[in-house]
Design a protein. Structure first.
Length: 380
């Protein structure tokens, strides 16, 4: 009998964020690599998956409607019931585990930044996460995370053995995020000019540090391209708009909150440069996507971001506004440095693919089932 794996896809029903990309990209490849496993994908709008990858329409896949619900209902009613209904061997979730489960539970904890940087999260989220993620770390059959930084933090804060945690690095789709001239018509529709804007991508929230970016941008001298911020409003988003108003940047800064999946690669590849001064990240998808598009990157030198960017970008302390302004000025004024970082950024991005982490996840599923069967045989 084939192994039956359920995957919680509810992140597709919410805001655009890194975990959404992770789920779509990673599991489309896990499924493609695993014709010997039956997959059950749970989300509110299962029809949307067919438009993303043909893997989600495979013979070994069932996309199951799980109506959008609050976390309590999803974790303590919907997912346990679905696990029983579809007789799952493994249920794989993001961040937290449902209860009670009659199958193996595996969980991807992308980061525990709410522990080390609680000031960037709503208090109720911090309190809830400290309870639920500790329980997930304790009871999961296996944990996944997306960077060595996040693994070290989980070990340090939760006392989990490193052997119980697999680092499955995020990747980037090089066929989507790539240099070139494609998509100029979409750019024109936005009123933007190729090579004539600075780009930043990330939810509008304090942790992404838009305030420092805006203050640094206001310091740049000369003929300065417009600044484009892409992201949905989140906790504390008002600081973005109040800072724009305070600095008098309303005619030079564009905030785009309605960018679709197909449009995002276009906005990356036509940017002059990319800036990401986040205070803390468990990985940092936007800098990787920008590097894949061949765009010079300026990013923070904290948490997991240096793991992603390496020496392929300029790293600056997130609270160093003068340093951030100088880095942007340097790339705007120095065509040789701009060209060098354009080249090394693309080379660096090619080190991050989704196939290897997908293979790691598949192998962990198979090992867990093998161990379970061995335990059952020994008990007989």
């Amino acid at each position: 009998m084939k192994t039956r794996v359920g995957i919680d896809f509810h992140v597709l029903d919410g805001k655009f964020q890194g975990s959404r990309t992770h789920v779509l990209e990673l599991f489309s490849r896990v499924i493609a690599q695993s014709p010997d496993i039956d997959f059950y994908l749970f989300l509110d709008k299962p029809e949307t998956l067919a438009n993303w990858s043909s893997a989600f329409s495979g013979a070994n896949v069932q996309c199951i409607k799980m109506p959008h619900a609050n976390p309590v209902k999803r974790l303590y009613w919907q997912l346990p019931r679905l696990a029983r209904q579809y007789r799952l061997d493994i249920l794989h979730t993001q961040y937290v585990l449902p209860w009670p489960l009659r199958c193996l539970g595996m969980v991807t904890i992308h980061d525990v930044l709410f522990e080390s940087h609680p000031e960037y999260f709503e208090r109720i989220f911090v309190l809830r996460s400290r309870v639920l993620m500790r329980l997930a770390a304790k009871h999961a059959a296996h944990l996944f995370t997306v960077s060595e930084f996040s693994r070290s933090e989980i070990v340090r804060l939760y006392g989990v053995s490193e052997s119980r945690i697999s680092v499955v690095l995020n990747g980037v789709d090089l066929s989507r995020f790539k240099p070139g001239t494609e998509g100029r018509q979409l750019l024109f529709a936005r009123g933007l000019v190729s090579g004539n804007y600075i780009l930043s991508v990330g939810r509008l929230e304090p942790r992404k540090n838009h305030r420092s970016l805006l203050e640094a941008y206001a310091l740049i001298k000369g003929d300065v391209p417009n600044l484009v911020l892409i992201g949905h409003r989140d906790f504390g988003f008002d600081v973005v708009f109040s800072t724009i108003a305070r600095l008098g940047l309303g005619d030079r800064v564009r905030v785009l909150e309605d960018v679709a999946d197909a449009e995002l690669p276009v906005l990356y590849r036509h940017a002059r440069l990319f800036v990401y001064p986040a205070f803390a990240e468990g990985f940092g998808m936007p800098p990787l996507e920008a590097m894949a598009a061949g765009i010079p990157v300026i990013a923070s030198n904290t948490t997991a971001i240096p793991e992603v960017v390496g020496e392929a970008g300029l790293l600056v302390a997130p609270d160093d506004i003068d340093g951030l302004a100088q880095a942007m000025q340097r790339l705007l004024n120095d065509p040789l440095e701009h060209a060098r970082l354009t080249l090394v950024a693309r080379e660096r991005a090619q080190l991050f693919n989704w196939d290897q982490p997908a293979h790691q996840v598949r192998e962990r599923y198979l090992l867990a089932i093998k161990d379970l069967e061995g335990t059952e045989v020994c008990a007989c």
